[in-house]
Design a protein around this ligand. Structure first.
Ligand SMILES: C[S@@+](CC[C@H](N)C(=O)[O-])C[C@H]1O[C@@H](n2cnc3c(N)ncnc32)[C@H](O)[C@@H]1O
Length: 157
């Protein structure tokens, strides 16, 4: 299985990019992983929130290939512990899935079209994080999940 993490707009802070790169590199020891950043919507200041979400949604959906599982990171999604998240990953791998696409929404979240196409929604907290910060939390939780599956001493219950 391959995992693709999709986000909109480049990571705007060097320290954050460096931290993401550390976990990205670690994660790649366990699974084929790519972090795909879609370009910011042009002239977004002249768009309503709904229009921006719609355009971002079109960019997101254009990335999908037949057979992908589309899973949104969304504060209104299912809550998993890190152990449960590792089991979620294991089940996806066991199912023969070719690519798991995890998506981080833009500043206003996802369009209805994206919600309709998704297979699942995962929340990392009831709190809302910035779309920039979530990138780091996502790569760290993916890395943590694989260390749990490999019984490696990173996660402590
Ligand atoms: C600033 S939030 C958007 C919040 C917006 N109110 C909404 O309706 O979704 C930007 C993105 O970060 C991600 N995000 C923020 N908090 C999250 C959480 N607790 N769990 C999972 N993803 C989260 C989601 O992908 C969200 O679309």
């Amino acid at each position: 299985m391959q995992i693709t993490l999709l986000a909109i707009g480049k990571t705007d802070n060097t320290e954050l990019s460096q931290l993401i790169a550390i976990y990205e590199k670690r994660l790649k020891h366990y699974i084929k992983f790519d972090f795909l950043i879609l370009p910011d919507i042009k002239n977004s200041k002249n768009l309503s929130e709904a229009q921006q979400k719609q355009k971002e949604g079109e960019l997101i959906l254009a990335q999908l290939q037949p057979g992908d599982a589309l899973v949104l990171l969304d504060e209104k999604g299912k809550h998993y512990s890190s152990m449960e998240f590792s089991q979620f990953l294991q089940k996806k791998m066991n199912s023969g899935l070719k690519r798991l696409v995890l998506v981080i929404g833009g500043p206003y979240g996802f369009s209805d079209d994206v919600y309709q196409k998704c297979n699942d929604k995962l929340s990392m907290s009831k709190m809302t994080f910035s779309h920039q910060m979530v990138r780091l939390f996502a790569v760290e939780q993916l890395y943590r999940g694989f260390t749990i599956l490999k019984n490696e001493p990173y996660h402590h219950q």
